[in-house]
Design a protein around this ligand. Sequence first.
Ligand SMILES: [Zn+2]
Length: 343
Amino acid sequence: MAVSMQFTLTFTAALPSYNLYRYYGRAASSSVDFSGTNTYLVGQSNPYILVDTGEGRDEYSHVLEDALKDLSIDIHTTEADISDIILTHRHGDHIGGLPSVLSLLRRRWAERHPDSRPFPAPRIHKIPFSHPQLGTLLDSLPPDSFAPDASGKRLHDLREGQTFKITSAEPSNSNDSEYSLEVIHTPGHTPDSICLYLPADRALFTADTILGHGSTVFEDLAAYMASLRKIIDFGSSDGSGEQKYDILYPGHGPSVSHTHVAMYLRHRVDRENQVLKVLSSSPPSGDHWTAWTIVKDIYADYPQSLWEPAARSVDLHLRKLEGEGRIQRAGGEGHHTGWEFVE
Ligand SMILES: [Zn+2]
């Protein structure tokens, strides 16, 4: 049984974050250790695009450095290691590695260019959404370690449909639109969550919107379900009837089949139907159903320790139904708010 808990992914500082996928073309390689945050170095040679930075553990810098030094690829000495860092959302286990990644890039550039050639500082991109944790992190970065946008803002605003060219090992591919990452805004897990589509690899990077293991959490269920529908529609939108992506590269856990998106949506729809079914039966006290009494009904056979997280999940469903004008509050507070159908 999957019980969704809100905010559990916000701080996972105790976990390693050195799972690194590198895009080499259609043959993808990825780490076997999936206990931390996945980051993705995308491109067939430098300058690469780095998707997320982990939470900032020392081991990660070493793994990233080894990947950047990999002798099996040609390093373009006059080019940056990484030109762009794309942050999939604001959570600490995805952005916390920024300071160490930026200092690694600076150090490597200085080592590679003892002639003190100016450092090509990377751009950092994110869907605009301010948050104190992010502000504090950005304040801690040396100003010359990254390139602000044209107006001087530290982060470059990502927008829906924006594309990033990725480096191809074949110069003849350099104008091929397949060699690009496309931004899809998928709010729900957080308001600023994105997925990234890589046509050349038939892949979708899903960050925390779809995970490789466990079940994800969300701040806004209505937005989250709409985002799942959006990426399902996106996958089948080329008119040929062929699915545009087959594989999902998540923020945590191993890569999984694209069918996980529909599976996640099905799970939420089933839970919503379960909640609606309970709401239409007579409440136990003869009054109104609450998140708590709904959980006691649905989870009667499960340990009571699961009821609290389950109540948070049910509460998100109740708030979604309220937002849709299908149910309304009838007194009480928190998990004990009574709910009734809107006539
Ligand atoms: Zn997250």
